[in-house]
Design a protein around this ligand. Sequence first.
Ligand SMILES: O=C(O)CCC(=O)c1ccccc1C(=O)O
Ligand SMILES: [Mg+2]
Length: 339
Amino acid sequence: MDVEPVSLPLSSALSTAAGTIDRREGFLITLEEPPGIGEAMPLPGWTESLEACRDALETATSIVSDCGVEAALDDLDPTATPAARHGLDLAIADRRARVAGQSLARYLGQTPRESVPVNATVGDAPAKKTAERATAAVDAGFGTVKVKVGARSVDADVSRIQAVRDAIGPAATIRADANAAWRLSETRRAIEELATVDVSYVEQPLAADDLPGHAALRGGDVEIALDESLRATGLDAIAAADAADVLVLKPMALGGVRRTRSLALEARARGIDPVITTTVDGVVARTAAIHLAASLGIERACGLATADRLREDLAPDPAPVEEGRIAVPDGPGIGVEFE
Ligand SMILES: O=C(O)CCC(=O)c1ccccc1C(=O)O
Ligand SMILES: [Mg+2]
């Protein structure tokens, strides 16, 4: 097992209520004979720190040489060091899929979709700029735009979303992601306004642990999606509280694509619709997340169109966005080729 540090500058930073992401640092993991690749790209606040990830992968490397990859994977805690576990789990899954001569999507599920619908991600910016970015996305063929809110007043955010609807017309789907920045009373008010411009869902309006608050917001024309709450409270608590219509799952924050697939299936069995997104990862993790979404047959647009934010990537992109969808690579494994 080889662990190589990687650092990816973003060409366009992502501004959110929880801060701005402008660089991604992590590790590329390589297994040999048979080959497999994985990516551990920690995002502090969502996963362990870079240092904790490095330490966990160092320990994993020594367990691999003494006891093999499965023992090393067992030792990686999906809650404490989810990005490190994601990296090794993916390298193992990629290796197994390649050995079986299957795409990762087929290895994960028997009848994957050939392509997945994806949303454009529009960061915080003034109303005019927000509307321009949303228009550019719809002109490029996206059927869904997700707009980051919560970095300014609720009134300002409502105006931004109204400007987006005015600019893009009635056809495209709009979502708003508040990254836990809003309070219950102002969210009720915002949702009333957002319903009039046909916003499909609001993602994580309230604090991650406020499941009763989110439950109280459900039932109207605007659905409630939970993201941060999954790691903070767990699926059992979310389902028991009836707190979500949609669950946003990030493999890097949840300890790997295979665990994330199990969680997504469990969510669906409990009547909650899963959506897969990245944490603005490199091509290895991003493409793996595309395979995962395809293996689940997800019909809602997923947050996987994040490649264009990277100024540099780890390898050429085998799965570009076309007309708001990404075709899943159908060769063996993840399908990322290093030059
Ligand atoms: O879902 C998307 O459109 C892209 C991913 C995204 O928004 C995101 C990226 C990094 C960290 C957090 C988030 C988030 O969904 O809150
Ligand atoms: Mg989110």
